[in-house]
Structures are given as C-alpha cells and as structure tokens.
Write a protein that binds this ligand. Structure first.
Ligand SMILES: *[C@@H]1O[C@H](CO)[C@@H](O)[C@H](O)[C@H]1NC(C)=O
Ligand SMILES: *[C@@H]1O[C@H](CO)[C@@H](O)[C@H](O)[C@H]1NC(C)=O
Ligand SMILES: *[C@@H]1O[C@H](CO)[C@@H](O)[C@H](O)[C@H]1NC(C)=O
Ligand SMILES: *[C@@H]1O[C@H](CO)[C@@H](O)[C@H](O)[C@H]1NC(C)=O
Length: 425
C-alpha cells in the first residue's frame, strides 16, 4: 500500500481506537484475574457486570484447576505461529480421547481488540492483546468457556453461538453430548460436516465436555514470545506444558504467500516478476524471525520457571518421523498415546492428496509430505534474502542456508541439520 494521506488518517484512527480500548480495559478491570479464587474476580472481562461464569455454581472454587485434583490435569499449549504446522500438532492432541482441544481461541481476542492491525508491534496494542490473552487462556484451561463469549461477535445469546472460530477442528465440540448430529460414534468428523450438521454450539455443554476430559489443549499462534506467558506458566493453579513448535522461516514465508493472498500480495509480485517491490513490508518476515529468536533463546536457556514445562519441536522433525516425534511429545506431556492418535497419524501422513486443499487451514495439506516443498516454490533471491534476514534463527534452529539455486532445488540435499532438542526436565 502506498503511504497516502488516507493511510495516515486510517492509521491515526486505528491508534486512537487502540488507545481507547487499552485505557478502557485497564481501568474497567485489571488483567490479573483470580489472585484468590472467588466469584467476584472471575467475571467477564469488560463484560456486562461480574456475573458468576457458570450458572448455579459458586465460582472459581468449582473450577477443575482449583480442585484438589488440579495437578492431575495437564494444560497443554501448542505455541506456534501461523503456517508452521500447528494445526497438525493440534490434531495430534485433539485425537486423544482424554483431551479437550481448542483451536486458536485468541482469534476472538484479536478480532475484538485489534481488528485491523494484526502485524502491529505497537507496544500498547501488544500489551492489551497479551493481557487479555493470558486471562482468556487461564479461564479456558479452567473450562470457563463463558469467558470467551465476551469476545465473540455477535455476542452469543443464551450461551449459544455458531461463531466459535474453527469449532469443527475440535473433536469434543463435534461429538456427543455437545453435538448429536453424528450419533454416539466417536469417529472422526470432517470439520466442514461438523459446522454444517451440528446445531449452534451450546457453551454450557461445551464447558461440561471440557470438564469431563482429563486434559485441555489449546493451540496458540497469537502470542509472540514464550516470555509473554510466564505469568501463566507460573500460575500454581495451572499445570501448563508448552510445546513450542518452530519451522524453517523460509517454509513459513512460502506457506503464507500461498495462504494469505492479500496480505502477502507484494511477496507474490516479487516471486512472479523476480523483482523485489520497493514497498515490501519486510516486517512480515522479520517479526517471525525475531519472535522465534526471542522465544527459543528464552526456552533453551532453561529459566527455572520453565523447568519440566517446555519442549521445542521442529516441524520438519515431526514431518520426517511423525510417529516417533509424537511419542516423544506424549512422553513429555506425561500422557499415554492412544490408538486413535496413531491411526490419525497413519491416515494423515501418507501423502494422500485427495483430502488436501479442502481448507485453507487444513492439516492434511500441510502434513509430512511437504515440509520442504517451499524449496520449489520460492525463488532463489527470495530465499537468499530470507537467509540474510533470519540468519541467527536459522543457525539456532539448525536450518542450513543454501548458496545457489541448484542447492535450493536439489531436494536430495537436506537443509535440516540433525539437532536434538531435549525437553527441559
Ligand atoms: C480425583 O479424580 C479422580 C478421577 O479422576 C476421582 O476418582 C477422585 O475422587 C478425585 N479426587 C478428589 C479428591 O477430588
Ligand atoms: C433466550 O432464551 C429465552 C428463554 O428461553 C428466550 O425467551 C429467548 O428468545 C432466547 N433468546 C434468543 C436470542 O434465542
Ligand atoms: C444448553 O445446554 C444446557 C445443559 O444441557 C441446557 O440447560 C440449556 O437449555 C441449553 N441451552 C440452549 C439454548 O439450548
Ligand atoms: C544433488 O545433491 C546430491 C547430494 O549432494 C548430489 O549427489 C547430486 O549430484 C545433486 N544433484 C544435482 C542435480 O545437482
């Protein structure tokens, strides 16, 4: 986009809106909820009054994570960035019979608080988003799904909505008792079928289903760095385990160019013409690399607060050896892998193409077979540019730079160095 006066005005308006939101949110209610479990401080963030989140319940005291059994429940977080294979990893957890899975609930926070500036690095903007995100995650790990309602547009009526982002990606939300459409079978329901055939989502039933499951897993692509989660990780009422998923930034870039066609338009122009547009938004690349670098440096430096709670996974390793890597992940989580997980891996990593490209955020298309397909899609000068920009993080994560177009296109030459990232135990 040219930096016209229109853009300047738009930007100014947007920043006013954000500041307004920030001030309102900060003054209406603090971000830190539930320092002591009580119904008062578990209300809806900025919502209409502080109602008890669960009808007929006393409040926080009844939440699973405040109960005696708290330590038994594992609160799993897949920390990733868009187009890094997080849907795939999410599914590896979703398939487990004891796991209640949510696909990127922070989408609703972002669309509500920061509708236009998804790539903004503005500090106020970021603070608002992170504060709200931590609160929401804390509530969701406690199965308080009502908390999410204040971010869903239009606001759910009678605790019912058909607007939950990617509801169909969650097995628990597509099967009984939450959805009756498919009877008592626990078979895997296609995401589209779930959305089409299930009645609007009853959040009360969904929260019940969450409580029934032993563990809660949430996929998060809207938290830039693991350090931003420290307050959550240290919360004694939670038992968080973070799986940080990383991927070669060159692969992420390529995948985003294909997927987010408007946002990455200039990169496509570059690819098509061989010439880099002068107004290319470089931050679309640097942000990924900076966040990885920050996050991974923190994680691998083994700060005490992450002890026993952190595992780094390279998407490429998972792609090469999905079963083995998945077993390692389950091992780290302290869960036993069940048969349905194994079956899902079998079906989804065989490189079958008939299911692919059904959905922009689909898992199959992005699974094992094509972790390195970016090498055939990006031009050499784009790769060279990315390598220069992301040099540090490539090195840190063990991704090799190429020195020529021939090397780039020669797939028998792996660009993924053998590197072991043992979980921090
Ligand atoms: C803990 O959970 C188990 C089942 O998961 C249940 O049988 C037991 O009664 C619970 N204990 C307490 C003290 O809530
Ligand atoms: C919510 O439930 C009440 C009572 O059952 C009903 O009167 C009302 O129409 C419902 N609202 C919507 C939007 O469905
Ligand atoms: C949602 O489920 C709860 C629990 O079964 C039920 O009491 C409530 O009436 C349902 N809500 C709607 C709008 O159907
Ligand atoms: C690709 O790389 C392999 C391994 O280094 C090499 O043996 C082969 O000759 C290369 N192929 C081409 C076409 O350069």
């Amino acid at each position: 986009m040219q930096c016209s006066w229109k853009a300047v005005i738009l930007l100014a308006l947007a920043s006013i809106a954000i500041q307004y939101t920030a001030i309102r949110t900060l003054t209406s209610k603090p971000f830190q909820l539930c320092p002591v479990p009580s119904p008062q401080n578990c209300g809806l963030l900025g919502g209409p009054g502080t109602e008890s989140p669960i009808e007929g319940r006393a409040g926080c005291d009844d939440y699973p994570y405040f109960s005696f059994n708290a330590s038994r429940k594992t609160h799993i977080m897949v920390l990733a960035t868009t187009r890094s294979g997080s849907s795939f990893v999410g599914q590896l957890l979703n398939q487990h019979a004891d796991v209640f899975y949510l696909f990127e609930p922070l989408y609703h926070v972002q669309t509500t608080l920061i509708p236009r500036l998804s790539h903004s690095r503005n500090a106020a903007d970021r603070r608002v988003m992170l504060g709200a995100s931590r609160d929401l995650l804390r509530s969701l790990y406690g199965c308080d799904l009502y908390f999410l309602e204040s971010y869903i547009k239009p606001a759910p009526a009678n605790h019912t909505t058909d607007k939950l982002f990617r509801r169909g990606a969650s097995r628990a939300l597509c099967s009984q008792p939450v959805c009756d459409a498919f009877g008592p079978t626990n078979a895997n329901v296609e995401e589209g079928d779930c959305v089409k055939k299930c009645a609007a989502l009853n959040m009360t039933l969904a929260a019940d289903a969450c409580r029934e499951k032993r563990h809660v897993a949430i996929k998060v692509v809207r938290v830039p760095e693991i350090g931003d989660l420290r307050a959550l990780v240290e919360d004694p009422r939670l038992n968080i385990k973070v799986i940080q998923l990383v991927r070669d930034p060159r692969g992420i870039l390529s995948s985003r160019i294909e997927t987010f066609r408007d946002t990455y338009r200039l990169w496509r122009i570059w690819r098509a013409t061989g010439r880099r547009p002068y107004n290319l938004d470089l931050s679309q690349l640097t942000v990924v690399c900076e966040d990885f670098l920050g996050s991974v440096s923190t994680g691998l430096s083994h700060p005490h607060w992450l002890k026993g709670k952190y595992m780094l996974v390279r998407y490429e390793d998972l792609s090469r050896n999905p079963l083995l890597k998945t077993m390692e992940i389950y091992d780290f989580l302290g869960l036993s892998m069940d048969k349905s997980v194994e079956e899902w891996i079998q079906t989804n990593t065989r490189g079958s193409t008939e299911l692919s490209a059904k959905h922009k955020y689909g898992t199959v298309r992005d699974s094992a077979a094509n972790a390195e397909s970016w090498r055939l899609k990006l031009s050499y000068d784009m790769v060279e540019y990315t390598q220069a920009t992301c040099q540090k993080v490539l090195h840190q994560l063990g991704y090799k730079a190429v020195k020529s177009a021939e090397e780039l296109k020669n797939l028998s030459l792996s660009l993924v160095q053998d590197k072991t990232f043992v979980p921090f135990s």
